[in-house]
Design a protein around this ligand. Structure first.
Ligand code: HEM
Length: 467
């Protein structure tokens, strides 16, 4: 039911009973809900759903006001904290205040542009290892392949650890954790945290296994005592004002956060970029022509990326249509206003990047896959702040440059060495499982292109086992 509360933007109202009925009889589709809310009520909407009071903003100025101008007045939203804290603890994504500031400062050097550039060779070498295991005529689940690839890359670059043997199992565990988080977000009537529901029992088992993997990475480094100059070394050598290092628990939370935040998002961006390319052959051909002309068969390096502008536009457009993190949630610490609307302490703010990216208000023909939106001339026409795949303000994605470089290098190397074809007849539908995932996965058929690593050329990655 539409509701108009004086001074508030329009939105929906559901009684607790209606909400309970809805939760029991229907599966909540967060992406569809955000989009329909934005299209029906506009870029500012206020809804009261049973006990929940939620503002949804999908307007660049309103989102800027929350994330940038009034950032200090907000913390991460309650729903998100409930979903994340049980498995991420107090890592970068979930911590707040002075503690978060200190941890962010500590991690920042690992994401310095020069440092990120140095990860490029590992990214290409790992892609080669994946492509070497593929065969012409093979059908594979592309989303799973991308998860394994990006997981391997984040572990190697940030923690100098090789998890290739365990990648499948880690993928299953991560899925279980994300399903828990997603169900928690969609559950309007959560039981108290101490109640051991079957879902919580499953999460506990998955977490125990994931924790053991992460602890092994930390222990191996502690024992070797070597400073490898990577993020893990930075975290291990960090000292507070009292010369105290991080506790095992804190290290575990930071490593787990980067482990999860650092691979799933890029993997899904790659899966969606491939889905878009294989359903738009003319764009795919244009990208392949650019790659073949610029690289002439040799492996890409970070320095080549400047000569591959179309590859960048494809990734940016894939991130517009399928922003891997489709929104951000916040809660005001005190009563405040946004866009002149009264926003009371504790109310939930849902900032929908998904709805904004798909709105005709900011992007003409929003459903169309058109990488040329990001050509230098046309990119200027995009309203300021309307394209926000990495969020904004002080809590902007720390892995922004890492992800954009990784996605371009992986895409270029894959285009160069394989031709992919979407298996027909699949239902490809995005679903919000924290990140935007294809609900049933994406199956592709592979044809290798015969430009496997150029004879005599080795990729200069710091991966001894590939040499
Ligand atoms: C295409 C890939 C990616 C997308 C779309 C993405 C998106 C985002 C967004 C929107 C946020 C802000 C969330 C908020 O404001 O509540 C965020 C935060 C974060 N991201 Fe990413 N991300 C990506 C890749 C990565 C990578 C590769 C890493 C690490 C290697 C990473 C690590 C983080 C961390 C640690 C935060 C929390 C930062 C803080 O609060 O200080 N992300 N990401």
């Amino acid at each position: 039911m539409t509701v108009f509360k004086p001074g508030y933007p329009p939105g929906q109202q559901m009684s607790t009973l209606q909400l309970l009925w809805f939760a029991l009889t229907q599966k909540f589709d967060g992406l569809e809900y955000a989009f329909v809310t934005s299209e029906t009520f506009g870029p500012a909407a206020y809804s009261e759903m049973g006990p929940m009071k939620v503002f949804q903003f999908s307007d660049p100025d309103l989102i800027h006001e929350v994330l940038v101008e009034k950032a200090a007045q907000f913390q991460k939203g309650n729903i998100l904290r409930r979903a994340f804290v049980p498995f991420l603890g107090q890592g970068l994504l979930t911590s707040e205040g002075e503690f978060w500031k200190r941890q962010r400062k500590l991690a920042q050097p690992a994401f310095h542009p020069r440092r990120v550039d140095s990860y490029g060779d590992v990214m290409v070498a790992y892609t080669d290892r994946m492509l070497d295991s593929w065969n012409t005529g093979q059908t594979l689940w592309l989303d799973r392949e991308m998860m394994k690839l990006t997981l391997g890359i984040v572990c190697k670059t940030l923690f100098d650890a090789d998890v290739s043997e365990e990648a499948d199992r880690i993928g299953d565990l991560v899925n279980e954790v994300l399903e828990f988080a997603n169900e928690t977000i969609a559950d309007p009537f959560p039981l108290p945290e101490w109640v051991p529901t079957p879902r919580r029992q499953k999460l506990k088992a998955a977490m125990t296994e994931l924790d053991a993997i992460i602890q092994r990475i930390i222990d191996a480094r502690r024992q070797s005592d070597a400073d490898r100059g990577d993020l893990l070394s930075m975290l291990l050598s960090a000292r507070d004002d009292n010369d105290q290092g991080m506790s095992d628990k804190q290290l575990r939370d930071e490593v787990m956060t980067l482990f999860l935040a650092g691979h799933e998002t890029t993997a899904m961006t790659m899966a969606w970029a491939w889905y878009l390319l294989t359903t738009h052959p003319a764009i795919y051909d244009r990208l392949q022509a650019e790659v073949d002309t610029v690289l002439a068969g040799r492996a890409p390096t970070v320095a080549d990326l400047a000569q591959l502008p179309f590859a960048e536009r494809v990734i940016k457009e894939a991130l517009r249509l399928y922003p891997a993190a489709p929104g951000a949630n916040r809660q005001p610490l005190e009563d405040t206003t946004i866009g002149g609307y009264p926003v009371k302490k504790g109310v939930e703010l849902s900032l929908s990047i998904w709805a904004m990216h798909r709105s005709e208000r900011y992007f003409p023909k929003p459903d169309q896959f058109d990488p040329e939106r990001f050509s230098p001339e046309r990119e200027k026409e995009i309203p300021k702040g309307a394209y926000l795949p990495f969020g904004g303000g002080p809590r902007v994605c720390i892995g922004n440059a890492f992800a954009l470089m990784e996605a371009r290098l992986l895409l270029v190397r894959m285009v160069q060495r394989a031709r992919l074809e979407l298996i027909p007849g699949q239902t490809i539908k995005p679903i919000q499982l924290l990140t935007v995932r294809p609900v049933n996965g994406i199956q592709m058929k592979v044809s290798l292109r015969g430009t496997s690593p150029v004879v005599g050329q080795t990729v200069q990655g710091a991966i001894p086992e590939l040499a």
